[in-house]
Design a protein around this ligand. Structure first.
Ligand code: DMJ
Length: 511
């Protein structure tokens, strides 16, 4: 327990990491208690909000218990067939739902369930696997989940496993530019790009652009500079490269360092790159000025070329293909309302109110995509053309897979404005999830949000427990629970601490 009150000794087979992190010192630097002060608990007017929070906690407990009953140790639960599913993104790693759930269970004070999850990580989370893994998915879910679990609890097992898993990802960076490829082979240490990424020639902006937060923390917790060096190099390449109209295309060659196609999107393939710029600035306690500048420059270009207002008055962010716009927004792009709200406070003074309003308008549009469906859940993509607005135009885009982005934006907008509309909208989602996605054995996505007879997809996605339920819970909690002064959420909603300390006194990398 040398590392502080929360730390526990490791079992011999886990091995140690020859570096110590002063957990108590870290905790003493936080501005707020992690779970907040709960000043509201005794006040009568808060009882409705408390009941709503309890309901969301019950949903988490149900999702967890269903997973535990039918799929414990597998990556995901299939609630209709009542079994588990491994998928092909994690290189043979198991328990993605467990790692993704740790911090949500902790936050909701589901202590028994948290202990079950922790025990599984201690006993059964083995890293000696040999498959092909997505660098991005392993990073945001496993590394992010383990890092948060460590920072919340001080339990050494999470720190050690995060670092060891991080080391297994490093071969992805063995490319001429240092821009990592999307897939890493855990056995051979070889890497490759996704076959669908410009015929296997490209790395994806959202993938290599969403490593910065976690990798700086890996350096912080291990004392090993290699992680920080890898992501600083990515930043360097991106800073230098010519950007068409200031925009960042989604496909980049890791060999030549050139863009491979001029497709720009704040939704899939681009999304969390922008998110990690503003969050790098915030996580650095506002010292990473380069990230801040890159974020606001990118946002200006996005506003100039991609943001539109529909004839019906809905603000949306279109996708850009070499100058031609697709007037559509993916569900994934709906995180941007929250991101723009989060970044508004540090914009130039004359832009702050404008960004707050833009964030509110985009979030309103995303709410419309929910409100215009029969289930009150939103489709995977919605269009603004041929007289239709904020609706999907084909069945193949009409599904809802328990994604978090819309409630994520409600949470940030609530914290910024305290406008009750965001809790109202969040509660609409809770009711819809209960009505259309809850099954006898867990929650499932649905294939058509425009049909009130649900056709379930038989998948309880890990991000439902990591993100959707966590953001809903936070929406109905006080602002000092995981205060945004102390924490940034990675793109899988795992909280990582802001670096409040003087960087020169740290043994690890500068966050
Ligand atoms: C999550 O894994 C992350 O939020 C990621 O950034 C995007 N996709 C899913 C949720 O929709």
């Amino acid at each position: 327990a040398a590392r502080g009150s929360g730390s526990t000794a490791l079992r011999p087979q886990e091995g140690g990491i020859p570096f110590s992190f002063d957990f108590n010192a870290f905790r003493s630097r936080l501005r707020h208690p992690v779970l907040g002060t709960r000043a509201d608990e005794s006040k009568e007017p808060q009882s409705l909000v408390r009941a709503q929070r309890e309901k969301i906690k019950e949903m988490m407990q149900f999702a967890w218990r269903s997973y535990r009953l039918y799929a414990m140790g597998k990556n995901e639960l299939r609630p209709l067939t009542k079994d588990g599913y491994e998928g092909n993104m994690f290189g043979g790693l198991s328990g993605a739902t467990i790692i993704d759930s740790l911090d949500t269970l902790y936050l909701m004070e589901l202590q028994e369930e948290f202990q079950e999850a922790k025990a599984w990580v201690e006993e059964n989370f083995h890293l000696n696997v040999s498959g092909e893994a997505s660098l991005f998915e392993v990073n945001i879910r496993y590394i992010g989940g383990l890092l948060s679990a460590f920072y919340l609890t001080g339990e050494e097992v999470f720190r050690v496993k995060a670092i060891k898993l991080g080391e297994k990802l490093l071969p992805a960076f063995n490319t001429p530019t240092g821009i990592p490829k999307g897939v890493v082979n855990f056995k051979s240490g070889s890497n490759r790009s996704w076959g669908w990424a410009m015929a296997g020639s490209s790395s994806i902006l959202a993938e290599f652009g969403s490593l910065h937060l976690e990798f700086l923390h890996l350096t912080e917790l291990s004392g090993n500079q290699v992680f920080a060096e890898k992501v600083r190099n990515i930043r360097k390449v991106l800073r230098k490269i010519n950007k068409p109209f200031g925009l960042y295309p989604n496909f980049l060659s890791p060999v030549s360092g050139n863009w491979m196609q001029h497709h720009v999107s704040v939704g899939g393939l681009g999304d969390s790159f922008y998110e990690y710029l503003i969050k790098s600035w915030l996580m650095s306690a506002k010292t990473d000025v380069e990230a801040k500048d890159m974020y606001y420059e990118a946002l200006e270009a996005i506003e100039t070329y991609l943001v539109n207002v529909s004839p019906g008055g809905l603000t949306y962010i279109a996708e850009w293909r070499g100058g031609i716009l697709d007037h559509k927004m993916g569900h994934l792009a709906c995180f941007s309302g929250g991101m723009i709200a989060l970044g508004a406070e540090d914009a130039k003074e004359e832009k702050r109110a404008h960004y707050r309003e833009l964030a509110a308008q985009i979030t309103k549009t995303c709410h419309e995509s929910y409100a215009r469906s029969d289930t009150k859940l939103g489709p995977e993509a919605f269009w603004f053309n041929s007289g239709r607005e904020a609706v999907a135009t084909q069945l193949s885009e009409s599904y809802y897979i328990l994604r978090p982005e819309v409630v994520e934006s409600y949470m940030y907008l609530w914290r910024q404005t305290h406008d009750p509309i965001y809790r109202e909208w969040g509660w609409e989602v809770v009711l819809a999830l209960e009505k259309y996605c809850r099954t006898e054995a867990g929650f499932s996505g649905i294939q058509d949000v425009y049909s009130s007879v649900p056709n379930h997809d038989n998948k309880q996605q890990t991000f439902f427990l990591a993100e959707t339920l966590k953001y809903l819970y936070l929406l109905f909690s006080e602002d000092d629970m995981l205060s945004l002064e102390d924490w940034v959420f990675n793109t899988e909603a795992h909280p990582l601490p802001v670096n409040h300390s003087d960087s020169s006194s740290r043994a690890g990398g500068r966050l």
